[in-house]
Design a protein around this ligand. Sequence first.
Ligand code: SF4
Length: 373
Amino acid sequence: MSAIQKVNLLGLSPEKLIEFFESIGEKKFRATQVMKWIHQKGAESFEEMTDVSKKLRAKLEGICEIRAPEIVEQNISTDGTRKWIIRTEGGKNDCVETVLIPDGDRATLCVSSQVGCSLDCSFCSTGKQGFNRNLTPAEIIGQVWIAIKSFGPMDPNGPRRVTNVVMMGMGEPLMNFEPVVDAMILMMHDNAYGLSKRRVTLSTSGVVPKIYELVKRTDVSLAISLHAPNNPLRDELVPINRKYPIEELLEACQHYLDNLPDKRHITIEYTMMAGVNDQETHARELVGLLKNLECKVNLIPFNPFPHSGYEKPSNNQTRRFQKILADEGYTVTVRTTRGEDIDAACGQLVGDFHDKTRRSQKYIELREVSDQS
Ligand code: SF4
């Protein structure tokens, strides 16, 4: 155990990294140099930073570190999907998942923001395990770092290993606001990962006040986990709706779009559960509900898990639902399956806290979301 708590530079936003260097009496450009070494070249030690003076390297060694979360397991699917179980700083059982889905010339990374979740959506096993802890910025951006490094040495001039990121893994990202914003800023920064703002998407269940804050801080793309076309049903499926009902949520979405510097749409995620929210009346309600919002709809047939209490709708029912929306001019995608072979392996590994159902859905859903870019 070291006598002093070293500062982990991996999770510092560009602004905070500059502040840190200034606080130790170093010039701003040193922060830029170090940021490039960490995020573009994947440096794990200060020794590797050959254009930084030996003296400064020794100084940094004494007071800071570059520490990514520990990889408990990495699995690669036959279809190229990669999945990691990552142990966070909270201890032995504080693990989250990160998944990378390659698709042609793009690869979308699904990033977690919390261990567990407090929002308790009725169809989500992460919600059932309750909230454990928020991830730090280093643990969030560390998932991107780990994914890129899994292909070998990082090369800023080489092919992009991660082209899209969706904050759609475990947890509600807007309930861990500052660390998530810091990490997303790094994802998009030219001296870090340089991803387009259209290719970084935050998915939320509807923490309305934070949507207003988000647009003041960043201009990533936004996805909403809607799952129901009316308040009584959404109150049941997504309990945060009792606090922030659909009308307030859609108003916040419109505000978000209106305050972006460019024209964008919202992605509406709709998990379909047989006999619950998959009827034609629900589709028609959804048509009316979304008529004024610039959006695309992503339908996700529910993937049942033991004791979930919900069933997957038939393909015919899903197609009927999709057609009603499409006939009204909506762009509607239905999820397809990826990475199922490693999904099973991972579920065994992380045992009871593993949100297998939601993950399976999200692996696919994120591909659809990433198509908006
Ligand atoms: S669906 Fe999202 S917000 Fe709802 S309980 Fe699961 S992780 Fe939390």
